[in-house]
Write a protein of this length. Structure first.
Length: 262
């Protein structure tokens, strides 16, 4: 039986090795993280906490899908040993010092979602403090998030090993996301344009593909150096294309390693 923890009180007795932080509404992307976590440690803890600090609007926070009972079953079936589902007062008791994401936190996702990454880093650091894992796993789906978490762990010397996991997609290439439930079938079809664009090796080619889909409203498209998150140039070895935009009101983000130009 999976253990359910509402506070950090008895967490230490369970000696969890790997933490899988999530905001719930679990899908196959989260399941894959749990399975990879299980390969990296004996006991896996999935946290489910919808972090108010990383939402810009109360409306977006209020609309975030919630399905705790189902999530617990999904986590258990994927091999998790425990679920940590703390209340806001457990995560943020009184004054909690905010982690600042710095300059890279103001680019791309951070430009469209001011303070978003401060909220993400603050909660991740708190979750690490509350659960003391040896390792924690994050999806490449949120590539800028993964980059900033690795940077924080390095700079603050946090004793947690960061594992990354590849993006899980549906059969048509659409990256799984808790927000996809807000897309109808036609909109999902429109959203496939993101994956088609990411197959290309230049910004121009990607833009050309994106412009064929009138329902997709582009926010940003860039090829960055995956090691610095700065704009890639001719000398960049490790290139990553990052994309964000909207279909209707639904924000979608994705990224992929860029193939060398042939
Ligand atoms: P979230 O619940 O959206 O905060 O996501 C929790 C974790 O799952 C984060 O590390 C995400 O990067 C990861 N994740 C979300 N979607 C996917 C996906 N399609 N494939 C792999 N990991 C994902």
């Amino acid at each position: 039986m999976i253990e359910i923890h509402y506070s950090d009180q008895d967490l230490w007795r369970h000696k969890y090795d790997v933490l899988v932080p999530t905001m719930g509404a679990l899908h196959a992307g989260h399941e894959s993280l749990i399975k990879i976590a299980k390969l990296n440690g004996k006991k896996v803890l999935v946290s489910i906490f919808v972090n108010p600090l990383q939402f810009e609007s109360k409306e977006d926070l209020g609309n975030y899908p919630k399905s705790l009972e189902r999530d617990i079953k999904t986590a258990e079936n994927a091999g998790a040993d425990g679920v940590f589902t703390p209340s806001e007062s457990v995560v943020y008791p009184g004054v909690v010092s905010e982690v600042l994401a710095g300059e890279i936190g103001d680019l791309y996702e951070g430009k469209s979602r001011p303070k978003h990454f401060n909220g993400v880093l603050t909660v991740v650091k708190r979750l690490f403090e509350l659960t003391s894992p040896n390792s924690a796993i994050f999806g490449e789906k949120d590539y800028q998030q993964l980059f900033l978490i690795r940077k924080m762990v390095k700079e603050l010397n946090l004793p947690v090993n960061i594992i990354s996991a590849p993006t899980v997609r549906d059969a048509n290439g659409l990256a799984l996301s808790s927000r996809n439930i807000f897309l109808d079938d036609n909109q999902k079809k429109s959203a496939q344009v993101i994956y088609r664009a990411l197959q290309k090796s230049t910004i121009d080619e990607m833009n050309k593909i994106l412009s064929t889909e009138p329902n997709f409203k582009l926010d940003y498209l860039e090829i960055i150096d995956a090691d610095t998150f700065l704009k890639a140039d001719k000398t960049t070895q490790n290139k990553r294309a990052i994309i964000a935009g909207w279909i209707n009101q639904v924000r979608l983000i994705d990224n992929m390693a860029v193939r060398a130009q042939s």
